[in-house]
Design a binder for this molecule. Structure first.
Ligand code: SF4
Length: 357
């Protein structure tokens, strides 16, 4: 069976339902779904919990995927020029930032940087558990009048709605899935974010992912069997990929029944292997004016229930080599909505997989 058939066969049990936002948007935005679930905006507190990546050198500095940022893609507001701050410092900084600026009071702890399942299950339990404890200590220090009963510390009924763990498909197994499922059983919303980028083995080999599409399909299957929500990272505009190949990638992800998708547009990040390739004249990058219709094509083939986390990469302008001026994410979102409206279309219109019953 090819990867598409395997993905479709295994993804057909997905029962994730779209949230009711069709009146205002043609895209099933995760931000709106979370608002519908919890009655308020939910913020991701992205942290670097000190994980390494099995695909980079032990000090995290060398090797890895050719597009990967030297800092393993940590949130912009957590970036420092010196050493990595402690988890407590990162959580405090993120809470102060989101609470002061947006009056935030609903959060996900987002294990974001590098490969956040790259340790033994015992060690992972210690790291996740410690971060949750630190969240509560910090939250109570910053909000002394908000007393949250301890039984709500691992329940989505309190301010901490859940955890998100970002990882590689080849660093995820049944034991790790069970550990994450235990947080869900305690009442948290739990997401695993799997990097795929492309559903074409020749592209995965070119961008040096060091795993094949079949490994991704297996990891999605493990996560689904443990009832974890799954977000897939896709990259549009990778060197050597045609429009048809990118839509084919979206179709494969649709067949897995992924509950979430995070689109990135390919950026030549300073310090990455692709930056060296660009300077050597080996690669170039797609013009952002191609993105709205390409994203509309991909959204049309995804299930209507898949929550869209974002449509483009999130780098500061000085972090990448910008052959073309990157498009502002709000402008891009408006252009994609407009393109879907022009087609009288919406996310899921061309989805051919089995729909939830
Ligand atoms: S797996 Fe993730 S952290 Fe590791 S090199 Fe690739 S993109 Fe970077």
């Amino acid at each position: 069976m090819n990867n598409h058939k395997v993905a479709k066969e295994r993804g057909r049990a997905a029962v994730h339902m779209p949230c009711d936002q069709k009146k205002t948007s043609r895209i099933n935005w995760q931000s709106q779904c979370l608002k519908a679930r919890y009655g308020e905006h939910v913020w991701r507190l992205g942290i670097d919990a000190g994980f390494t990546c099995p695909h980079r050198s032990p000090d995290r500095q060398e090797g890895g995927c050719r597009f990967c940022a030297p800092d393993g893609n940590i949130s912009a507001y957590q970036k420092t020029k010196t050493s990595v701050p402690t988890i407590a410092q990162q959580i405090e900084r993120a809470l102060i930032f989101t609470q002061r600026r947006y009056h935030a009071n609903a959060f996900f702890l987002y294990f974001q940087a590098y490969t956040c399942t790259n340790a033994s299950t015992e060690k992972l339990a210690q790291i996740y558990g410690n971060a949750i404890d630190v969240f509560w200590q910090t939250y109570e220090k910053l909000n002394p009048t908000h007393h949250i009963p301890p039984e709500l510390h691992t329940s989505s009924k309190g301010p901490l709605k859940g955890i998100i763990v970002s990882t590689r498909p080849d660093c995820f197994d049944q034991e790790k899935a069970k550990l994450l499922a235990a947080y869900m059983e305690q009442g948290m919303e739990v997401w695993v974010e799997l990097g795929l980028q492309s559903a074409h083995d020749q592209t995965l080999s070119f961008i040096r992912r060091n795993h094949g599409v079949n490994v991704f399909v297996d990891a999605m299957d493990i996560a689904q069997r443990n009832h974890l929500k799954r977000t897939v990272h896709l990259m549009l505009g990778l060197p050597g990929e045609s429009r048809a190949m990118m839509i084919e990638t979206a179709r494969l992800v649709a067949n897995t029944g992924a509950e979430g998708v995070k689109f990135h547009d390919f950026r030549i990040v300073k310090g990455s292997a692709f930056a060296r390739g660009f300077l050597a004249g080996e690669i170039t990058a797609m013009h952002p004016s191609r993105l709205p219709s390409l994203l509309a094509d991909c959204l049309e083939v995804l299930p209507p229930s898949t929550e869209i986390v974002r449509l483009s990469a999130d780098f500061r302008p000085e972090e990448s080599i910008n052959i073309h001026q990157p498009m502002d994410k709000h402008i891009l979102a408006r252009l994609v909505e407009a393109e879907l409206a022009r087609r009288d279309s919406f996310q899921g219109r061309m989805f051919t997989g089995r729909r939830p019953t």
